[in-house]
Design a protein around this ligand. Structure first.
Ligand SMILES: Nc1ncnc2c1ncn2[C@@H]1O[C@H](COP(=O)(O)OP(=O)(O)OP(=O)(O)O)[C@@H](O)[C@H]1O
Ligand SMILES: CCCCCCCCCCCCC/C=C/[C@@H](O)[C@H](CO)NC(=O)CCCCC
Ligand SMILES: [Ca+2]
Length: 561
């Protein structure tokens, strides 16, 4: 059977225009805007005089990466935002009409920048014709958001959220003609409650979160709860099939870890994130629901960590005033305390077709595993109940003493750990990687931790096990009493541990040292016994996953077009 050839792009407009006093052949088709220098006879050197007319300095910009186009005044910006250049006199006389196209340019480390090109025309009609033709193409890109609801946490990270938004993001949104309603939060959970109960979501094409992972967690709690509430789904039932949220979420990183932004975009750069929003990217993402005795506790998209990461977080909450450095101080302190916790983990392994946590292949833009219509995804699509699903897989049970129990719904890559907690985890495959770090020496644990920061395999230790799962449960060896829970809740809010000294002497007693807390995307979850289920592609981000490096390194070639 003959393969169907893709349709060639439709030619829309082609003219000779000038750029920095040189002639360029400028072409717009349904896929690309291109401009290539037309070499004049005078410019030809003796060496190439008999050769073909060379199209030196060719540029191709995909239409879907054009941010905006506007008619330009004579004193106009040339390249890069903010750089202004006087139009040369000769050109001003013959080419006094110009238009400026802003577009996405890729730079190093997955960063995007807003670049500009100003093209000059001999008459105004031609200039307007170009502006109109490009605008028409942009108007066909219906995936782009037009109206956004923005929440800014002024206290996340280094308290720079408001400034980052005003100086770096708002100008890009306004250039792309995106209108916004901006809410600067006045308290913790302000954004969550507003989304859950007040916001008129029909008015918007997406929600933007300016802050860190904790702020993002508020946004998803608001959106997911609102969606379930509007559809009559009871979140307290652990076996419910949740309804996916229709609004996409954009993350402008302004927190301490910014792991969700980093792992879905490849950088924690506010301008890059703003541009992914403008071009209307869409990246589905898995979400874990966490229950305790048929009571809904929280959702998680990145790290759900008991033991080491739970203790780091509990300690670091008391040091919030230090900003992002609090995690380093608490990390060292927790490492030195070398606490282990006893309990039982039961889990439902994922099907083999979603790969394994030891794969070398990582989840990247357009990932085949996340696109796969796996049995896992079918479960949620067919709205099968969890009990039917459970029958298909066999639950496994592991008992032991653990320094850390971590579940990563995605890689959890962040500047501290560029490949992340589970480098091969997928953003949208309906599974999480469950990492069990058994009791070992301080030295071995340090080797394991340090491997998160270099290229070595952090799972290649006899005391580390890793499983790809769809559901899991944890039960601590000693029952969690209400008073203990209260104690850990109090600790989470910054109050001191009264019993720690006594318990260090009695490691087997059932007081607070027998339990850690869960670190749920950077928020403390004081319950030790939990039940977790991954919901495949429950939310969508304005992102596309991390692009392969080649997209950044190789300029568009003629053969690719
Ligand atoms: N106006 C506010 N006042 C106090 N706390 C707020 C406010 N708005 C949001 N918060 C809370 O601040 C907490 C931390 O915010 P955020 O996640 O933005 O920064 P971070 O903790 O420094 O970064 P990260 O989560 O990436 O480590 C969140 O739990 C959020 O609920
Ligand atoms: C003693 C040497 C220690 C070296 C440790 C290096 C290991 C780094 C792994 C980092 C994994 C981060 C996972 C992301 C978690 C976020 O949801 C959460 C909220 O922002 N951040 C933390 O809990 C902050 C967690 C910070 C842990 C240090
Ligand atoms: Ca996943």
């Amino acid at each position: 059977m003959q393969e169907k050839q893709p349709k060639p792009p439709l030619l829309l407009l082609s003219s000779q225009l000038s750029l920095q006093n040189r002639g360029y052949e400028v072409t717009l088709n349904s896929a690309f805007l291109s401009w290539k220098e037309v070499e004049t006879r005078q410019k030809r050197t003796a060496a190439n005089i008999y050769g073909p007319l060379k199209a030196a300095g060719s540029h191709y910009v995909p239409v879907c990466e054009i941010i905006s186009v506007q008619e330009t005044e004579e004193d106009c910006p040339s390249t890069g935002i903010g750089k202004w250049q006087k139009v040369p006199q000769s050109l001003a006389e013959s080419n006094q009409y110009a238009f400026t196209v802003s577009y996405v340019e890729r730079t190093q480390k997955h960063r995007w920048r807003c670049s500009e090109v100003t093209l000059h025309c001999t008459d105004r009609t031609l200039c307007l014709q170009w502006v109109q033709a490009i605008r028409e193409q942009l108007s066909l890109l219906t995936i782009r958001p037009k109206r956004l609801l923005v929440y800014i946490n002024p206290y996340g990270g280094k308290h720079r959220g408001k400034r980052i938004y005003e100086q770096k993001v708002a100008p890009i949104f306004s250039r792309a003609s995106i209108s916004t309603d901006v809410i600067v939060t006045e308290r913790a959970n302000h954004a969550r409650d507003h989304l859950k109960m007040e916001a008129d979501l029909k008015k918007y094409d997406g929600v933007v979160c300016v802050g860190g992972d904790g702020m993002f967690s508020e946004i998803i709690h608001g959106l997911i709860s609102r969606t379930q509430c509007d559809s009559g789904v009871d979140q307290n039932r652990a076996d419910e099939t949740l309804i996916p949220c229709s609004l996409r979420i954009g993350i402008i990183p302004a927190g301490s870890t910014d792991c969700i932004c980093y792992a879905t975009v490849g950088s924690n750069d506010p301008v890059t994130s703003a541009l992914h929003i403008v071009v209307g990217d869409s990246q589905p993402m898995d979400v874990c629901s966490i229950h305790h005795n048929n009571t809904f506790l929280r959702y998680s998209v990145s790290l759900l960590g008991y033991g080491f990461y739970g203790d780091v977080l509990t300690d670091s909450e008391r040091k919030r005033w230090m900003g992002p450095a609090r995690y380093d101080i608490s990390g060292v302190k927790t490492f030195l305390s070398h606490r282990y916790y006893e309990g039982t983990i039961s889990f439902l392994p994922a099907d083999e077709n979603v790969g394994t946590p030891r794969d070398k292949l990582q989840c990247r833009s357009g990932c085949n595993i996340c696109r796969l219509p796996s049995a896992d995804k079918q479960v949620s699509k067919d709205e099968e109940s969890i009990s039917d699903t459970e029958k298909k897989g066999v639950w496994q049970v592991i008992r032991g003493k653990f320094l850390a129990i971590n579940a990563a719904c995605m890689s959890c890559a962040c500047p501290r750990s560029p490949k992340g907690l589970s480098p091969a985890a997928h953003l949208a495959d309906g599974t999480a990687d469950l990492i069990l770090v058994r009791k070992c020496s301080r030295f071995d644990f340090l080797r394991h931790l340090l491997r998160h920061t270099n290229k070595d395999d952090q799972f290649d230790h006899p005391f580390v096990e890793v499983y790809r799962v769809r559901q899991f449960r944890f039960t601590p060896r000693y029952e969690d009493t209400d008073s203990e829970l209260e104690l850990r809740e109090a600790e989470g809010s910054g109050r001191k541990r009264f019993f720690s000294q006594i318990c260090r002497e009695h490691p087997a007693c059932t007081c607070s040292l027998a339990h850690s807390s869960w670190n749920c995307d950077g928020e403390i979850l004081p319950h030790a016994a939990i039940q977790v289920r991954v919901h495949c592609q429950l939310i969508k981000l304005f992102a596309r996953g991390i692009e392969e490096q080649s997209v950044f390194e190789e300029p568009y070639t003629l053969s690719a077009i």
